[in-house]
Design a protein around this ligand. Structure first.
Ligand SMILES: Nc1ncnc2c1ncn2[C@@H]1O[C@H](COP(=O)(O)OP(=O)(O)OP(=O)(O)O)[C@@H](O)[C@H]1O
Length: 234
């Protein structure tokens, strides 16, 4: 509407005006939600949305990436983009437009948990294996033993124990990183959220396995259905 009025007044003749206006908004530090709204308005008004998208996709999805950074050190760009496209799709629909009309692909409707988990760690693979060189000799023995077991066909469970502060958590980082680097799925859980957040991608055990927290429920039936995505992931 504003653009129509501006056009009528001869203030918005050039198609590049939309791009310039958007550039300016980004420079002034507008919030991603604001940018997304303006992006959709400009797109439905006929501004070259693809050019804006190509230059500013990272700003449009900055908050989505930040949110993912709480659980992963390197969110995969495809995951960020997919979530961003879902939001834009909904905004555009509200304005009577669509992603296809402006030349963007529709988001993938339903990403399986396995895909999401793999994608989440595929972003910056070289960053996954840090810490390995700084391990103590004792930690190195643990690292080698665990890595050895992971290549066996029928690996047995491993229990790592040691005095408080000995470096048990620390030694897990390069193990997790090395395995994720070669596309192994690593699901990390701890019984408290505080402990879970020590690990990249850590989740509360109750959440991951769908364990009910109702102490009066004697059956402890998991909320994870046998044919669910989560079951496949597990
Ligand atoms: N090889 C290492 N190089 C540098 N810092 C290390 C190393 N190993 C452990 N640390 C540091 O020592 C501290 C204790 O390590 P960590 O938390 O892994 O111990 P923990 O055995 O898991 O402890 P707790 O039993 O209390 O959970 C942490 O600050 C960790 O960063």
């Amino acid at each position: 509407m504003y653009q129509e009025a501006a056009r009528a007044m001869g203030l918005f003749d050039n198609r590049d005006e939309g791009i310039m206006a958007f550039d300016e908004l980004v420079d002034t530090g507008a919030a991603p939600a604001q940018l997304r709204w303006i992006f959709c308005v400009l797109a439905t008004e006929g501004s070259p949305a693809l050019a804006i998208w190509d230059t500013h996709e990272q700003f449009l999805g900055a908050d989505i990436r930040d949110q993912l950074l709480r659980t992963t050190s390197s969110p995969h760009p495809d995951v960020v983009r997919n979530r961003l496209l879902f939001i834009l799709q909904s905004l555009l629909r509200g304005l009577g437009g669509s992603l296809v009309e402006i030349g963007l692909l529709e988001p993938v409707e339903r990403q399986h948990e396995i895909d999401t988990e793999c994608l989440q760690w595929g972003g910056d693979r070289d960053n996954l294996c840090t810490f390995k060189d700084g391990l103590t000799q004792e930690q190195r023995v643990v690292y080698d033993s665990v890595m050895h077991v992971t290549i066996l066909e029928n690996p047995s469970p491993i229990h790592i124990d040691g005095r408080a502060g000995r470096g048990k958590t620390y030694v897990m980082y390069p193990i997790i990183g090395a395995l994720r680097k070669v596309d192994q799925l690593i699901l990390l859980s701890a019984s408290s959220a505080f402990a879970a957040k020590n690990y990249p991608g850590g989740r509360k055990t109750h959440y991951l396995y769908g364990i009910p927290v109702d102490e009066y429920n004697p059956h402890l039936k998991s909320s994870v259905g046998p044919h669910s995505d989560r079951a496949k992931l597990l």
